[in-house]
Design a binder for this molecule. Structure first.
Ligand SMILES: Cc1ncc(COP(=O)(O)O)c(C=O)c1O
Length: 443
């Protein structure tokens, strides 16, 4: 019989005699390195314990006087789980909905082979907020582009008339759509691809924000192209914002060539960029849109694909599915994630606090033009890029910010993304900016 003894909650949670409240940051690191996959390199010497408020984490750092002990410190959250917590940590409205659902309504989990009443609420709320016809619920963010890829191909064969097995999906260079085989097949990031081939065929990459390149490709291979699948603003690439007219030109090109426009809004959606969905900033409407992250209100993994009636309609029973996609608890979490976004006007919050943060960034750039090359962003999806120089290192900035009580993470060697919860207070933005200024000054 397996030897597993589990008891207690919180710091008293004890597994096989080890109480987690007794572990130092080094102890946690040792366990992760020994028992976990080594597919992340988290910031060292810090372990998050719990949240204090919507934008403040309480973390544990080594006790300077005793390596086996820890001290607790506040950490301002400038990343909010890569935009999964737009509504703020432990948003009361969302927590109340979930607690009520579990303790009073009592329907955590049933499969899709039997209807549950909360799915209707989710579909009505999600179609209303996305202004799309149909929704297919999924779980992880990566499943949204994955499904858009499948939908593109099947639509290409069944509706557009592309010969079987010849469909092409166009993606943008520098994209990030997750880490599944489909996503890394679309990626040009060698670290994400190394050792995972063979990759999917039928993918073409174009430079992002280059309308001529897209037009050339569409002219050459348009008859076999099913969709252009891209992020409206590239997040992981370092917050790359395209020209204001890029997406209207893309939309027109797609229409001319009968090609679907599929937007991955897993990171940019749910008010992050100052509109409920980033494509609205550019005045276009995609045929398909993938959402994730904050679609689950920062408490559950929820993703979905929203889209045009005739495109989603090509799915048939058995061609797509997910045990936990749209299960009752996730449906309720997502309905309330949507409610909070609308009722609290999170898009407006993102615009106001984002403008405040960008003003600070501009001041820092003006003060240190030899260090800061460019500031970029929309709403509260922001980044500053430093000049290319060994001492202007994004990872060093992250570590130094941590020492000043701020959590933000580099996306590339010289780019640091700052994307806090949309509920963040003005004084907290000032504090984050002050810490960044201090770190930049010290470099
Ligand atoms: C645009 C985009 N698509 C997909 C994903 C993958 O989401 P997940 O990590 O939840 O699978 C991400 C994650 O950062 C993303 O930014």
């Amino acid at each position: 019989m397996a030897n597993v003894n589990i008891s207690g909650y919180g710091d008293d949670l004890t597994v096989n005699g080890t109480r987690i409240g007794d572990l130092s940051p080094q102890g946690h690191e040792d366990i992760e390195k020994k028992m976990g996959g080594r597919n992340y390199s988290p910031l060292e010497n810090v372990v998050v314990s719990h949240v204090q408020d919507s934008s403040t984490l309480i973390c544990r750092k080594p006790d300077p006087n005793d390596v086996n002990a820890y001290i607790e410190e506040e950490l301002m959250d400038g990343l909010c789980c890569y935009s999964a917590v737009n509504q703020g940590q432990l948003n009361q409205t969302i927590v109340d909905a979930i607690v009520t659902h579990l303790t009073k309504e009592k329907l955590p989990t049933v499969p899709r082979s039997i209807r549950h009443k909360y799915m209707s609420a989710f579909l009505m709320a999600a179609t209303a907020v996305t202004e799309m016809d149909r929704i297919v619920p999924k779980v992880a963010g990566v499943e949204a582009p994955e499904l858009m890829f499948k939908l593109s191909r099947r639509w290409g064969y069944k509706v557009k008339g592309i010969p079987e097995n010849e469909a092409i999906v166009v993606a943008a260079k520098g994209n990030f759509h997750g880490r599944s085989i489909t996503a890394v097949s679309m990626s040009d990031d060698s670290v994400a691809r190394e050792g995972f081939g063979p990759f999917l065929s039928g993918i073409e990459l174009v430079p992002f924000n280059d309308i001529e390149a897209l037009e050339t490709l569409f002219k050459a291979k348009g008859e076999r192209i099913a969709s252009y699948l891209a992020e409206p603003i590239q997040g992981e690439a370092g917050v790359i914002v395209p020209d204001n007219d890029y997406w209207t030109k893309v939309r027109a090109l797609c229409d001319d060539h009968n090609i679907l426009l599929a937007m991955d809004e897993v990171q940019t959606g749910f008010a992050r960029t100052g509109a409920n969905f980033a494509h609205q900033l550019f005045g276009v409407k995609p045929d398909l849109m993938g959402c994730g992250k904050a679609a689950g209100g920062g408490v559950l993994p929820v993703s979905f694909v929203a889209g045009r009636d005739d495109v989603i309609d090509i799915l048939t029973p058995g061609s797509e599915g997910s045990t936990f996609g749209g299960y009752p608890l996730a449906s309720v979490a997502s309905v309330y994630a949507i409610k909070v976004m609308i009722d609290d006007n999170l898009a407006e919050c993102a615009r106001t606090r984002g403008a405040q943060l960008m003003n600070h960034f501009d001041d820092i750039k003006a003060e240190f033009p030899d260090k800061i090359k460019e500031n970029r962003g929309r709403g509260l999806l922001t980044a500053f890029e430093m000049h290319d120089s060994p001492h202007l290192d994004g990872h060093t900035v992250s570590v130094e910010l941590l020492n000043r009580g701020v959590y933000a993470k580099e996306t590339h060697h010289s780019t640091v993304r700052v994307a806090p919860a949309l509920t963040i207070q003005a004084w907290q933005i000032d504090n984050i900016a002050e810490a960044i200024r201090d770190v930049v000054k010290s470099l």
